[in-house]
Design a binder for this molecule. Sequence first.
Ligand SMILES: NC(=O)c1ccc[n+]([C@@H]2O[C@H](COP(=O)([O-])OP(=O)(O)OC[C@H]3O[C@@H](n4cnc5c(N)ncnc54)[C@H](O)[C@@H]3O)[C@@H](O)[C@H]2O)c1
Ligand SMILES: [Zn+2]
Length: 358
Amino acid sequence: MNIRVASSAHNNGYSIQIKSGLLSKFGQIIKKNTNGPVVLLTNKTIHKLWYKDLRHSFEKAGLKEKLIMVPDGERYKNNRTYNQVISEMLENGINRYSTLVTFGGGVIGDLGGLVAATYMRGIKLIHVPTSLIAQVDSSIGGKVAIDHPMAKNIVGVFYNPTQVLTDPNILGTLAEKEYINGLFEIVKIALVRDKGLYEYIYKNINAILIRDTKAIEYLVSKSASLKAEIIQKDPYEKRLRMILNFGHTFGHALETSGQYKNISHGVAVGWGMLLALQLSHHYKLLDLGKHQDKIDLIKKLIGKNKLYNINPKNIWKTMTLDKKAKNNKVRFVLLKGIARPIIQDIDKNSFIKSLENL
Ligand SMILES: NC(=O)c1ccc[n+]([C@@H]2O[C@H](COP(=O)([O-])OP(=O)(O)OC[C@H]3O[C@@H](n4cnc5c(N)ncnc54)[C@H](O)[C@@H]3O)[C@@H](O)[C@H]2O)c1
Ligand SMILES: [Zn+2]
């Protein structure tokens, strides 16, 4: 599948190519679309699993790269690693005609994206996303950033790649937990945007969970197209793009409240979607009695990761500290139906009542 993303921003948009086995052509495609030096940014985990195949493809195309490796993990998505990458690029004479290729999950994409956006005021960027989250979410939409000890993704810009090259086969080596993380984002986009995709997931959940190749390729292509369509209409998150925060308001609060430090992003979003469904029912937007299947599906993905001893007051406080909160109300994405999202400000009582029904 080839998705074209039009853009009125600093470049002329980009294409997202998605195909199982595309990795063997990456060298050829990158060679055709670059003319200066190529920097390949990755981490040890991905290097060990996939570099040999990528190198082989580069070799076939006569493409040489400067390989830069950073440690694996969100905790390295910071200014220190950013500086290390910039130093290595300077030491190796990387110039403004160079291209940076990110080869990894969302962390590598976000970090490398910020490097590309700022190095010599911006060099070409190509994303090769290797995690499910990166393939369906973070490589699309131009948001790039690093974290600060006080806040996540707080130092960043919008910077589009010139290309996104996606091979769903690369997901074969992804840890189960990371795979499920990505599935939550796919369920999210289905619930806010595409009833057909939701029905596909519901019917095929067992094939999806055993990573059936056809199912994965379909899910990645469909979710990537949906995200591309949304960010094209609203690149800077003025309105429509906000629907992608479905499940994230409560999810982020869980992730930042000390008690759930070990919760994975996907599971946190899963609980966030369940709460958003309860709130939608509370405000009489949706009759949850008719949507038990959504609850069952999300709970199936959550598995054993239950919430325990939840402290509603603390969580409410965390949510009101968020940059999107106003006048002691918290902005949520709710549903009037599947693919019928609305943005609504929620008060504390409604939050607490809905939380009790989780
Ligand atoms: N820019 C955006 O729009 C956007 C959207 C969503 C998330 N994000 C960011 O993305 C990050 C989360 O992304 P993520 O979930 O990909 O995390 P990640 O990059 O940390 O990857 C998760 C783990 O999987 C490993 N991995 C990646 N691909 C693999 C593969 N094919 N085989 C085996 N292991 C593999 C990674 O090395 C890492 O250990 C966060 O920092 C988040 O803020 C950004
Ligand atoms: Zn998310």
